[in-house]
Design a protein around this ligand. Structure first.
Ligand code: HEC
Length: 462
């Protein structure tokens, strides 16, 4: 046995490869703040394992994809659990990556000589987001498909190149079988390959340039002397990566695994909605949580500037991220000495969180799952009012309007609308609609209209 191992090592060079990686010295005071990157990597590994498992059963073809997913969800051994794990692993990866990035920024670990680590990190962020997005479409249910349609439509509005991008993404003018093939190839071949290349290089850089020491106020980075200083600091105080630093990473990743397992088991992946149906526009596509804030941003923006923001927003955003280490690669690293960096980070985190909150209540989109009103909202309802209530549900007014606490919030709450509008004004509004409300003139009979209006006039908050 020993001889076999020895032979393997002699011819294979394993310890030669691993020894420097595990024993290299790292700063002694690297703390729990340094675990985010390795935890992100851990999620990536988990994604590969669960992704391959799903790939064994998933069929990337438009007519059977939805069925194969249902098979995974309902029949396959551990299928639903692994799908849940893949879903939560993606969430975990995006989340931990975000924290890792904020941590690196606040500690200015991107400064000399670690500029390339930052740049490859920005590329990895972009790829991770693309992976999350392409994965959603593979669900090939109404929700996944419509989210992709919305995104492709947004791309299509980018000036000049938008149409070509959306054609390329969808594999045609509209979403169809080619789209699924294309997204599948991107999700399992192209971008994973790129991620591996980039992650390997990213890690190599960490190894080559060393883990950044925790910043200290009043100890600025000077590119002329930094490397020498860092070397000497390591020789004097450094500790070996294994086991002195690795144990924290291991414990934290184990914790992440436990959380993901629990989420996968008890919450699972988003329920498959229904098979995609291009003729059904009564859907309310909800992208996965990490995209809701972008949807919110676009929904809230004035229409005229939307196309430009869609194009210039990401270009400027990613451009700034790339430029960061060139704009400031020396000087103070401590957040205590960089109040603007802290303020900027807070501003961005707060903006994204509030957009995310608005996005999750999505006031601009009708609520197709709103509970129908019951007659009890109007005490002693006449039969005309009861018919009005029924129509209010059947015609979908409830999707956009609240009565009391019930209903969608796309349009104004109609609880006490009779205080604002009289009978004629109500009729005019319902018949003609408004910018974001369909005109019902053609679809309601005179009597039906009278019933709804009567209901609205009588319905009063007690
Ligand atoms: C797709 C969403 C949607 C649906 C469905 C919808 N509405 Fe509206 N409704 C709106 C919006 C948005 C407004 C505000 C329009 C504006 O003034 O800019 C509005 C305004 C109104 C108003 C005027 C309220 C006010 O305070 O000014 C009335 C009355 C009204 N809707 C009744 C109805 C009735 C009755 C139905 C069903 C037959 C209905 N709406 C269906 C979105 C909708």
């Amino acid at each position: 046995m020993k001889n076999i191992l020895k032979w393997m090592d002699d011819r294979g060079g394993f310890s030669e490869l691993l020894k420097p990686l595990t024993t290299h010295l790292v700063p002694p005071d690297a703390t729990w703040n340094y675990v985010w990157g390795s935890a992100t990597l851990f999620c990536l590994v988990l994604q590969v394992v669960t992704g391959i498992s799903l790939g064994f059963l998933y069929q990337p073809s438009a007519d059977v994809a939805y069925e194969s997913l249902q098979y995974i969800e309902n029949d396959a051994f551990l299928g639903s659990f692994i799908r849940g794990l893949h879903n939560w692993g993606a969430s975990g990866m995006v989340f931990l990556m975000g924290i890792h990035m904020v941590r690196v920024y606040l500690n200015a670990a991107y400064k000399y000589p670690r500029e390339m680590s930052w740049i490859t990190g920005v590329i990895l962020m972009a790829i991770t987001i693309i992976m999350a997005f392409t994965g959603q479409l593979l669900r090939w249910d109404n929700n996944g498909v419509w989210s992709a349609v919305v995104a492709a439509e947004q791309m299509g509005r980018i000036p000049f190149i938008g149409k070509s991008i959306s054609y390329f993404l969808l594999g045609g003018d509209t979403i169809g079988g080619e789209t699924l093939n294309r997204f599948f190839s991107m999700h399992v071949f192209l971008f994973p390959a790129l991620i591996f290349l980039m992650v390997t290089y990213h890690l190599y850089l960490v190894f080559r340039n060393g883990i950044s020491e925790p910043p200290k106020a009043g100890r600025p980075v000077n590119p002329k002397t930094y490397r020498k200083w860092y070397e000497e600091m390591l020789q004097k105080k450094g500790v070996p990566f294994f086991p002195d630093a690795l144990w924290r990473d291991a414990i934290f990743s184990a914790l992440v695994l436990v959380v993901l397992l629990v989420l996968a088991f008890f919450v699972g992946a988003p329920a498959l909605t229904t098979a995609p149906d291009m003729t059904n526009v009564n859907v309310d596509p909800k992208p996965d949580w990490y995209f809701t804030w972008i949807f919110a941003l676009f929904a809230l923006m004035p229409r005229e500037i939307e196309s430009y923001v869609m194009f210039f927003g990401p270009v400027i955003g990613i451009g700034l991220l790339f430029a960061l280490p060139f704009l400031s690669n020396k000087g103070e690293r401590s957040p205590l000495k960089r109040p603007w960096a802290v303020a900027g980070t807070l501003f961005i985190v707060l903006s994204i969180s509030s957009l995310w909150y608005i996005g999750s209540i999505a006031p601009w989109s009708p609520r197709f799952d709103a509970e129908p009103l019951t007659k009890y909202t109007v005490p002693k309802a006449s039969s005309q009012v009861e018919r009005g209530i029924q129509l209010f549900n059947d015609e979908g007014c409830i999707y956009c309007h609240q009565i009391g606490e019930q209903g969608g919030i796309r349009g104004p709450n109609l609880t006490n609308v009779q205080n604002r509008l009289n009978k004629d004004q109500l009729i005019i509004r319902i018949v003609n609609g408004a910018e974001n409300m369909p005109a019902y003139g053609g679809s309601l009979t005179k009597e039906e209209l009278a019933d709804i209006v009567e209901f609205l006039l009588q319905n009063q908050k007690k």
